[in-house]
Design a protein. Structure first.
Length: 530
């Protein structure tokens, strides 16, 4: 089961505030009756409209009416005949909100997750190719073979760059659209990336009927010739990939492999370093401190930086890194919270975590102080907003991570920092805190951005709940709500609205083999002009 944050409510009153009935765990099937399922749909839609921090700009771009989109899933939920059908129907109902962060999961006594569902510790079987989408054409879908295992026996007949025009007898565009409602995404670009990444695996994201014993593909070559291949699903640990043999940063050599990033230095004495960023994780603070110390000792602080976030994930504390990577002051992101019935329990949970010194987000510290800034805001401003029946709280520096609530959000460079120019490489592989990092460095003109937009799914907090059937209290499923906005330095909601890129260079079927090298060359050309 995925590791979702939950908060103990501590009293029957707290449970009643959330509108959940207390009932004994029955041995009855979590499938329930049609009436149970109808009441459940009404509850989930009602709470979504009450709790969700909607992004108007995202909904406009996706032509999305959230309530109508969720209601369109009602018949499938109510008509489910098996527990697996019920799980996937509820996943579709959740995904109708088009929010990459929001998932469903199995709970004790309720529905079980399908095998290989995201969050499962077991890695699904895969075929020996990796697919990608040609992002140079947003109006049509071209899926192609981007990578192959060096295990030749598993890829007979396949060539790099082959178009994938049909999958298990269904044309690829149709499969793309049939798969859409099972994926979590906040931008169309983000969906394309996630669809391609999941394509090769027999993942539980899609119901079993999407798969055959082998992955049967119709491939098209440049001359129009088509061939049929059947690829076996194998243990991914048995595969070695051709892409691992490619030098992504020619002219640079790896000098440090850290938890948050890899560091490359020029082999040609260029005053440039490359930082291949992994994630804004628990290693960030220590690794960035190491980097500045290393740079000071080796006369690198005046070097320019090429920061590669095309393979990065999310996390926390990106502003801490920016204070050491850039010589300029900058405005950080802000955030707020949607006021709803969950606020008292949310505050209580954070206070309890603070008292136990566990102010963490997925293992990453949320605040650079001891959490006092956050708790003071929650117990004062947020509580008053709840008491007054406001729709949203005030906007404050994001999660009060780097500054207190009264701050203007302007952060100064650290005492020891890089003094050169910076180019950042971005793409849709990641989002969340990566979205925040990108909007900070782009909106504040701290860098020249090259590549593609990030995934566009940053928010402040989510609320997770083990949902029971209204009226009888039988457990059903874990469900989440997005309860706050991320506000970029220019004052715009970030979810579904990632920062614009200075030089948009889409990954395509024509440039995939040396895409990172192309971005690197563009970055070096830009820095040479500065």
């Amino acid at each position: 089961m995925p590791n979702h944050k939950r908060f103990a409510l501590g009293s029957t009153l707290g449970v009643m505030v959330l509108g959940l009935a207390i009932g004994s765990c029955s041995a009855e099937s979590p499938l329930g009756s049609a009436e149970d399922r109808k009441a459940l749909v009404d509850y989930l839609i009602g709470k979504t409209m009450e709790r969700e921090a909607f992004s108007p700009i995202k909904n406009k771009r996706l032509d999305l009416d959230v309530e109508a989109a969720m209601r369109a899933c009602e018949d499938e939920v109510v008509g489910a005949e098996t527990e697996q059908e019920m799980f996937y129907a509820l996943a579709k109902l959740s995904n109708a909100r088009r929010d990459r962060h929001l998932s469903v999961w199995g709970i004790e006594g309720g529905l079980e997750e399908p095998e290989f569902y995201p969050g499962d510790d077991v890695v699904p079987p895969t075929v020996a190719i990796r697919a990608e989408i040609d992002y140079s054409d947003a109006d049509s879908l071209t899926l192609f073979v981007m990578d192959m295992a060096t295990n030749k026996e598993f890829v007979v007949g396949v060539r790099l760059g082959d178009k994938i025009v049909a999958v298990n007898g269904v044309d690829t565009t149709t499969r793309f659209e049939l798969s859409r409602s099972y994926f979590r995404y906040s931008t169309e670009l983000g969906y394309r990336k996630k669809f391609a990444q999941a394509f090769s695996s027999r993942t539980g994201i899609l119901p079993p009927e999407f798969y055959s014993d082998t992955l049967n593909l119709t491939l098209e070559r440049d001359g129009g010739e088509t061939i049929e291949v059947s690829l076996p699903y194998v243990d991914p640990e048995s595969l070695e990939w051709a892409s691992d043999l490619v030098d992504e940063y020619p002219g640079f050599e790896l000098v440090a492999d850290r938890g948050a990033f890899d560091l490359y230095l020029s082999t040609e004495d260029k005053p440039v370093i490359v930082i291949d960023w992994h994630r804004f994780n628990e290693f960030l603070v220590g690794d960035i401190d190491w980097l500045t110390e290393y740079a000071a000792e080796n006369n690198l602080l005046d070097h320019d930086i090429i920061w590669d976030g095309t393979k990065s994930g999310g996390g926390s504390l990106g502003a801490y890194a920016i204070q050491r990577l850039s010589p300029k002051p900058f405005k950080t992101t802000f955030g707020n919270m949607r006021i709803s019935d969950v606020i008292p329990a949310f505050i209580a949970g954070k206070v309890e975590a603070y008292e136990e010194r566990q102010i963490l987000d997925s293992g990453v510290p949320e605040t650079m102080d001891d959490g006092t800034w956050l708790i003071e805001w929650l117990t004062d401003d947020v509580q008053k907003a709840y008491d007054a029946g406001q729709e949203y709280t005030n906007n404050v520096p994001f999660k009060l991570a780097h500054a207190p609530k009264h701050s203007d959000g302007i952060l100064q460079p650290a005492e020891v920092h890089f003094r050169g120019n910076m180019v950042c490489l971005f793409g849709p592989d990641g989002g969340s805190h990566l979205d925040q990092f990108s909007t900070i460095v782009i909106d504040n003109d701290l860098c020249h951005a090259i590549g593609m937009q990030t995934g566009g799914y940053s928010n402040t907090w989510e609320w997770s709940e083990d949902v029971t059937y209204p009226g009888n209290g039988r457990p059903v499923i874990g469900f989440m709500w997005n309860i706050g906005h991320t506000i970029g330095p220019r004052g715009q909601i970030v979810e579904g609205n990632p920062a614009e890129i200075d030089e948009n260079i889409p990954l395509s079927r024509r440039n995939f083999s040396n895409y990172t090298e192309i971005l690197l060359a563009r970055a070096l050309e830009h820095l040479a002009r500065q």
